[in-house]
Each structure stands twice: as structure tokens, then as C-alpha cells.
Ligand binder design. Structure first.
Ligand code: C5P
Length: 222
């Protein structure tokens, strides 16, 4: 039985990574968090003190950076050249700057190449913004997850509490709305639902309900 390509896209904090990871486990597929790749290059550029709009310099840094994943609970581990960045890439500074780096066409091109390479063999669940439209246009299953901004801010607020981050709900709503705006309005592969993607509104659904809906769609294609 051939492993399928499953694309899960959607706006910030819609629960993509949580759901994608569980779905991948259920089918013994590889889970690829493409947002973590954009976050890692953003972190590396911030650490190097590079102007985030300097496409050539950021690209140079990316070319010197191997980004790898290792399974882990509750989140997978992310490494930049063997250096663990799992927590660092979730900082507020990275979160609020990643859309700037993700808008650079050459950075997207380089990361899309890496993502397509990982997905070539199939048996992959990939989450991001442009997976169904650009990275894996032939994916057998395409999901577009949405949820209200309010609900997404609340989700982020609870995650932050566990980490000791105290940004207010109002500020989080504004940050999420701004990141969505930037991601949806950039010139190269903006956040967009693929024409053949199934939209799931997670606002009133549990994680398990979302996972089950996606699992059913995968089963239908097997
Ligand atoms: O999914 P996550 O919120 O971690 O993604 C962080 C950022 O990376 C997004 O806000 C977006 O700017 C960028 N991104 C992207 N394309 C993807 C995945 C993420 O542009 N496929």
C-alpha cells in the first residue's frame, strides 16, 4: 500500500501541527512542519544580526543551515546544524518576524525544494500555508483548517501560559491577524485554500474530531 501525500494548510494557530502530527502517527507517515523551517531560518538570521529583508544574505545563511527533525512529545524536536532550536523558534520575536522572511521568494524556493524532496516517497503529512497549492499540488488529500481569530488567540494564550509568556489576549489577536494578513497578501504563494482542498472549521471541534475527519478522507483514498 503506497503512502499518500496529505497537505494541511491554514492560518496561524488553527491547530494544524497538533492535528497533523496525530494523523501522521495514526498512518505511520512522516510529519513535516514546514512552519518550523521558516521559523528556523528566521531565528538563524536574527541571531546573525542580518537584515531580514536582505534576501541574498538570508539565503546564504539558509544554504549553510541543515534543518532536521526528530520525533518527540508533545512536539517534535527541531535542529539547525545539530543545534536544538525547538523552543527558540517559538519565541515571540521569531513569531512576529517570520512572515517577513517567508515573503522572500528565494527563501521560499529553497525551502519548497527541501519539502518536495522529503515528500517524494509519499507517506507524508505536511502542514503549512502553501502545501496544497505549491509544494504538493498533486497531494491525494488536501485539508484547509480554519478557526475564528478569537479562538486561535485563546489557544495561543493557553500555550503561552504554560511557557510563562504573558502577552494579553488582545495583543495576541492583533498579532495573529497581522501574521494572517501578511501571509495572505505576499506576492509568492500566499496563504490560500487550494481549489480541491476540503475546508474544516475547527472552532467548535475537538482535536479528536478533526483528526477523525481527516483520517476518513485518507481512508477513502487508500
Ligand atoms: O505554521 P507556523 O505558524 O509555525 O508558520 C510560521 C510562519 O511561516 C507563517 O506565519 C508563514 O509566514 C510561514 N510559512 C509559510 N509557508 C509555509 C509554512 C509557514 O509561509 N508552508
Amino acid at each position: 500500500q503506497k503512502g499518500l501525500q496529505v497537505a494541511i494548510d491554514g492560518p496561524a494557530s488553527a491547530g494544524k501541527s497538533t492535528v497533523a502530527k496525530i494523523v501522521a502517527q495514526r498512518f505511520s507517515y512522516v510529519y513535516v512542519d514546514t512552519g518550523a523551517m521558516y521559523r528556523t531560518v528566521t531565528l538563524v538570521a536574527l541571531q546573525a544580526g542580518v537584515d531580514l529583508t536582505d534576501e541574498e544574505r538570508v539565503l546564504q545563511l539558509l544554504e549553510q543551515t541543515q534543518i532536521t527533525f526528530q520525533p518527540g512529545e508533545p512536539v517534535q524536536h527541531v535542529f539547525a546544524n545539530q543545534h536544538e532550536v525547538t523552543e527558540a523558534i517559538r519565541s515571540e520575536l521569531v513569531t512576529n518576524n517570520v512572515s517577513t522572511v517567508a515573503a522572500l521568494p528565494k527563501i521560499r524556493e529553497a525551502l519548497v525544494d527541501r519539502q518536495q524532496e522529503i515528500a517524494r516517497a509519499g507517506g507524508v503529512v505536511m502542514d503549512g500555508r502553501d502545501i496544497g497549492t505549491t509544494v504538493l499540488p498533486d497531494a491525494e488529500v488536501k485539508i484547509f483548517l480554519v478557526a475564528s481569530v478569537k479562538q486561535r488567540a485563546e489557544r495561543r494564550y493557553l500555550e503561552n501560559q504554560a511557557k510563562g509568556i504573558t502577552t494579553s489576549l488582545v495583543d495576541l489577536q492583533a498579532e495573529i491577524a497581522e501574521r494572517d494578513y501578511k501571509d495572505s497578501h505576499r506576492a509568492v504563494s500566499p496563504l490560500q485554500r487550494a481549489a480541491d482542498a476540503v475546508e474544516i472549521d475547527t472552532t467548535t471541534l475537538s482535536i479528536e474530531q478533526v483528526v477523525n475527519q481527516i483520517a476518513e478522507l485518507i481512508q477513502e483514498k487508500l
